[in-house]
Design a protein. Sequence first.
Length: 304
Amino acid sequence: MLNIRRLELLLDVVELGSITAAADKHVYSPSGVSQQLRRLEAEVGQPLLQRQARGMVPTDAGHVLTAHTRKILRQMAAAEADLAEIAGLNRGSLTMGTFPTLGGSFLPLVISRFKAQYPAIDLHVRSSRFNELIEMLENGQVGMSLLWDYEWNRLNPESFALTTVFEDATALIVGKDHRLARRKQVDMADLAKEEWIVREEEHPVLEVLHRSAQAAGFVPRISFHANDYQEAQAMVSVGLGVALAPRTAVVNKHPGVSIVSLGSSAPARRVLLAHRHDRVRAAAEVAFQTTLLEVAKESAADFR
């Protein structure tokens, strides 16, 4: 059986680039690390590292073993986090993740009700970008997290247990004096001549715009790249263009804009609650999910 401590040393040598750096991290002597790695190579039956001008680099076998080691260490960290969560039940502890647009709109409604129902539970919320939320779920830093997806990039249900919370419609943001400001609903085809304010490159709402515009038969003309939805709304308010945003992103509406429905001419995103399949779920976590789904059912109309 392979020794986990030696596997961890191998991984650190590969990631840090030298035996000396790995030894410093673990407060070992370099010779001690070398000895442990020789034992690991003897267990494996083939060399795992080779020295080059840029430092120690893995052999093919070393690459395979370090890839597995990363997964093993991540699973161990998740197991430790799960055990800590169970041990913390008497203290009533819960840590979850969210993304910014929900943290500024829907989630405070849930937290307010949850705290009223379960005042003894110590709730911690971490807001971050999508990839960081996935990583925090995998390594157990959060027990569950709110995520989102679109129809063309669905989350794999084999990766996490997924519960749909609600559909978050894509809305149109126009200035108060815009020709469409008093309309309840418009179609993307009505917007072919508009200039567009978009989020930074590779942001999902930019892909929503391109897909919706293509389906409506036009290529959007971009006038401004915004860093966040607040900036996008501000630029719309002064007539620089129009913009798309999920409904949850415009709950806190700029006074100089109007929000108009696009109906089915622009795709909605699914808001999801995710947790690991192998997670031992604490009672506080299950209670929070119940509250979240109750509030979502009551509030879903606000995000259509």
